[in-house]
Design a protein around this ligand. Structure first.
Ligand SMILES: [Fe+2]
Length: 289
């Protein structure tokens, strides 16, 4: 049972819907990081069969299991894909020292047209300085479907985020986000552990919705728990990314609105008037007479 306090809040969920990822720096304590590095070096991380409930994966004394069962990480997982999601696949990604090329930029799923989404949970067991490359993501790209490596010729995007981070950092991604592993220019191998998880429940208000206004269709503010600062969902979902065309990003803002409606069940929700305008298909003939 996940504590409410460990679930994501509305601001975090809106940020995930807008950007397609959330990062949690230095969340995993050093002793677990050390134990996981030992498991990686020993080749001891055994994958379950695809479709196995996560609760049956990585049984004790697995250090990966210990990490995934941390209350904060269970809270993140449950907020996004619900309780006890299905294990899809795992990978220990390794970038060799002084490699001469980076992985091409790619998206993993043009074939996946669902509103329902999987998450890729990435865990960085050691410090990743910039010269080590790090995973790169393009914020806000998760709804722009592309076929795998079709975009690999592009090396850099405005607004891209390099995962330069400390050991124990967690990154959770919407499965559609554009990403790649950057070139490792150091003398050490770089590791990243990834696990993909599929929801088993309808992804409807799975996070801590205490700060979600009852009438989210209205332009009401949410209060961030940490700072008492006021910010509304519309502001978060309307914020453009530098790579958006014409500085408006209307396509992605529409996609975000649709996702927010899907996650909250509020079919009236809008940012400004973007989606309501497109839904206006009047049939009133008397008024025109
Ligand atoms: Fe990938």
């Amino acid at each position: 049972m996940v504590n409410k306090a460990d679930l994501l809040n509305t601001k975090q969920m809106a940020t995930f819907v807008a950007k397609g990822f959330l990062r949690f720096d230095e969340l995993v304590p050093p002793e677990i990081n050390t134990a996981i590095m030992a498991e990686i070096d020993g080749g001891d991380i055994t994958a379950a069969a695809a479709g196995t409930p996560l609760s049956q994966c990585y049984p004790p004394p697995s250090a990966i299991g210990q990490m995934l069962r941390m209350p904060q990480i269970e809270g993140i997982i449950q907020s996004l894909v619900g309780p006890d999601p299905l294990f899809d696949h795992q990978a220990v990604h390794v970038r060799q020292p002084n490699e001469d090329s980076a992985q091409g930029m790619h998206g993993d799923s043009i074939i996946d047209t669902r509103m329902h989404f999987d998450i890729q949970l990435m865990y960085f067991p050691h410090d990743v300085p910039l010269e080590m490359g790090g995973t790169l993501v393009v914020p806000g790209s998760q709804y722009r479907r592309i076929n795998e490596m079709d975009i690999a010729r592009y090396q850099n995007f405005l607004g891209q985020v390099n995962m330069v981070c400390k050991a124990g950092t967690i990154l959770v991604l919407h499965h559609g986000i554009w990403h790649c592993g950057r070139q490792n220019k150091t003398n050490q191998k770089r590791y990243m552990f990834k696990v993909r998880l599929n929801p088993r429940v309808r992804q409807l208000r799975l996070w801590n919705t205490d700060d979600l206004p009852a009438n989210v269709g209205a332009h009401k503010a949410i209060f961030t728990r940490d700072t008492n600062k006021v910010e509304d969902v519309q502001t978060i979902l309307g914020r453009t990314e530098p790579w958006f065309e014409n500085a408006t990003g209307r396509l992605e803002i529409i996609n975000r609105i649709k996702m927010w409606r899907f996650l909250t069940g509020d079919e009236q929700f809008d940012v400004h008037y973007w989606l309501t305008r497109l839904e206006n298909m009047p049939e009133n003939r008397e008024l025109a007479a």
